[in-house]
Ligand binder design. Structure first.
Ligand code: PHE
Length: 502
């Protein structure tokens, strides 16, 4: 059975002890006594409660009775006035005594009749005599009035009460006390009601509009309950790393380069003095695209690059003397490095002719026909960069990297001599993986050869590099497998939880 909330509250309060009065229940539940009474009768009608009524007499003073408590009963005042006028020795005129007593109106008759009744004295032919032995202070009627005024329950003689009642000085009434007790059905009903009370966890517009909210039980908040983890969107750790890289490089005075992902082989390889028969230029090693050749390579530049390949550049230069064709140079491939962008910018075709000093960078995607493994992806981001200035040394290169990696908390990079067809000297960079302790390659660098800078029209030093963004992220996040970071095998949990300090 589903009980209305008030009935349930009354039933519950009533169950606390064997017998409870309506007033006790009202005090406990905070409901008005009338409300509790109504609910108790409803419950009685349902057979869930028994209600025992006990009538008790109530006794209170009327206004007149209260006035006599303050001013003394009229007959007492008459007696005292009589005494004051020596009416115990001689009869004194009534008028004088009444005047002395300050009695007025109906009080005069009241005083006279009760004076005689109580034996305070005698009244004869308009003269009053007081009985010196009478004692109004011991008057039981006055004592009863005083006790009632004090709120005591006076153990008063019935006859005295009747007297006061007939004089209209007290109010006699009857009050009914109702004590309630649960019946066996009531106990059962309470148990099932407590068990089945539906709790509501949310106020809805319907509950409010229907007024039903008054009768439903709201569930309490459990602030210690387990809650599902809610995750908001977050920037991919690789994107965060890329953004930080850009900030750091811009902070170091670099400007950003941009350019095509699919580019002419000319920019990707020929400008870099990579012989056209170099193994890295076979279709096995790169993603070639079946698209028409790109235009826009300046003829003189093409001629100078071809000359460098065929015969070398500078006084001591000797070319490759290997096959070279403009058609091959114009073919389009997905760039395997972003050094193609460096070539475009150094040549001046990407903007104005550049005068030293200059610093440029990009953080862009490159594509390689590698074999996927824990440190290799087919697509990854390269942090390309170069500095054009007079008299650059290997110290400048190392100092630049040390400063750059320090921004990511990496202070132990190692340099190893290396070979690139386009730089001399060349260095590979290594960092120590924070989890495995293994050395992993994080970049490749060097100072561009004259065969590269010469045909581009640059006649000062250019130091340059390509660093792997994902490898940097492996060092900062502790990812042990590069495939966790991006691509189809990315580890979503890892990416959600990965913490980096930048
Ligand atoms: N292109 C090189 C690579 O992809 C990086 C590099 C750029 C090295 C410029 C030297 C100079 O590994």
């Amino acid at each position: 059975m589903r009980l209305p909330e008030r009935q349930l509250a009354v039933l519950e309060a009533a169950s606390a002890t064997d017998e409870r009065t309506i007033d006790e229940i009202a005090a406990e539940t905070g409901l008005k006594p009338e409300t509790v009474t109504g609910a108790a009768f409803d419950l009685r009608d349902e057979g869930l409660l028994s209600v025992v009524e006990t009538a008790a007499e109530t006794l209170g003073l009327t206004d007149e009775g209260r006035r006599y408590v303050d001013d003394a009963l009229p007959e007492t005042r008459l007696y005292r006035a009589g005494l004051a006028l020596d009416a115990d020795e001689a009869a004194v005129s009534m008028g004088r005594v009444i005047g002395e007593a300050g009695l007025d109106g109906p009080e005069v008759d009241i005083a006279l009749s009760n004076f005689a009744r109580k034996g305070f004295g005698t009244i004869d032919s308009g003269e009053l005599t007081v009985d010196p032995d009478a004692d109004p202070d011991a008057d039981p009627e006055a004592a009863a009035l005083a006790a009632l005024a004090d709120g005591d329950d006076p153990a008063v003689d019935e006859a005295v009460l009747d007297q006061l009642d007939s004089r209209g000085l007290v109010d006699r009434g009857e009050s009914v006390t109702r004590a309630v007790t649960l019946t066996d059905d009531g106990v059962d009903a309470l148990m099932t009601a407590v068990e089945t009370t539906e709790t509501v966890s949310q106020v809805t517009p319907e509950l409010l509009a229907s007024g039903e909210w008054r009768d439903v039980e709201f569930s309490e908040y459990n602030v210690e309950a387990d809650a599902p983890t809610t995750r908001g969107g977050r920037k991919h750790v690789l994107r965060r790393t890329a953004d930080r890289v850009k900030d750091v490089l811009v902070g170091m005075g670099f400007q950003e380069m941009e350019g095509p992902h699919a580019d002419s082989d000319f920019w990707i390889n020929d400008c870099l003095f990579m012989p056209q028969d170099h193994p890295a230029r076979t279709h096995w090693d790169r993603f070639a695209l079946d698209v028409p050749p790109m235009e826009g390579i300046p003829d003189e530049l093409m001629a100078r690059v071809e000359a460098a390949h065929r015969d070398g550049w500078g006084e001591d230069g000797d070319g490759y003397h290997s096959p070279w064709s403009q058609e091959f140079a114009r073919e389009v491939a997905l760039r395997g490095h972003t050094t193609s962008l460096s070539m475009r910018y150094l040549s001046g075709i990407a903007g104005a002719e550049l005068e030293p000093p200059q610093r440029y960078f990009s953080v862009e995607k490159v594509y390689r026909n590698d074999t996927l493994d824990p440190t290799h992806l087919l697509e990854f981001f390269q942090i390309e960069g170069w500095v054009m200035a007079e008299d650059l040394s290997v110290r400048d290169l190392m100092g630049t990297f040390e400063e750059f990696y320090r921004q990511f908390g990496i202070t132990d990079i190692r340099f190893k001599p290396h070979y690139n067809p386009y730089t001399e000297p060349s260095f590979e960079l290594f960092g120590e993986h924070p989890e495995t302790g293994e050395e992993i390659e994080i970049g490749n660098s060097g100072v561009f050869r004259e065969e590269v800078t010469g045909p581009l029209g640059v006649d000062c030093d250019v130091m340059a590099w390509g660093l792997a963004l994902e490898r940097l992220a492996m060092l900062t996040t502790g990812a042990e497998d590069i495939r966790d970071l991006h691509g189809t095998l990315a580890d979503i949990e890892f990416l959600r939880d990965a913490e980096v300090s930048y």
